[in-house]
Design a protein around this ligand. Structure first.
Ligand SMILES: [Zn+2]
Length: 178
């Protein structure tokens, strides 16, 4: 077999039969040119394999995109919690300033006992509200835009507070104002 044939076999060693491989190995041992070529090719072949290991795995780009979307969603959720917290704080401050205006001329002990009574009433009423609202919330579609939910919940919260204040005012003072 001629030298040229062995040279081409060096590049396709994976496709050779065992007999052809034996013949090639014999030739490589005797021919310094082919031996040299084979050594160089082995090094290059290894580099090619390690390069193919480095290339992005299947689905990598897709995974990266999904991760990005998840990170965005998490940031959005954090922002929502922040806004809700601020709204809650504003509502609480409003609530207590209303209380303060209302209670300006009352003794501190009376204020405390009235506050305790009121909070008990509020917790009972909130429970009733919660129980009547749970089925409603469960039936609402999840994809209602975030802003809608925000407006709804903050508006609802302020409504509840003013409603509670009204009820409490009526129950302590009667329908007719002084
Ligand atoms: Zn040779």
């Amino acid at each position: 077999m001629n030298h040229q044939q062995f040279e081409s076999w060096i590049f396709e060693q994976n496709d050779l039969s065992s007999e052809e491989k034996n013949a090639l190995e014999n030739h490589i041992r005797q021919c310094s040119t082919c031996n040299d070529l084979n050594n160089k090719w082995q090094v290059i072949d290894q580099h090619l394999h390690s390069l193919s290991d480095l290339s992005p795995a299947v689905g990598f780009t897709q995974r990266w995109k999904t991760d990005l979307a998840e990170r965005k969603q998490q940031a959005q959720r954090k922002n929502t919690v922040k806004i809700l917290f601020i709204l809650l704080m504003v509502a609480i401050i409003l609530f207590f300033s209303l209380l303060f205006i209302y209670y300006k001329n009352t003794s501190p002990i009376e204020i405390v006992s009235n506050l305790i009574q009121m909070f008990l009433q509020i917790s009972i009423r909130l429970n009733i509200i919660k129980q009547s609202l749970i089925p409603l919330f469960n039936s609402l579609p999840v994809f209602v835009p975030l802003l809608g939910w925000l407006l709804l919940s903050s508006g609802f919260f302020l409504l509840v507070i003013s409603w509670l204040l009204l009820i409490w005012r009526v129950s302590t003072q009667g329908v007719f104002l002084k």
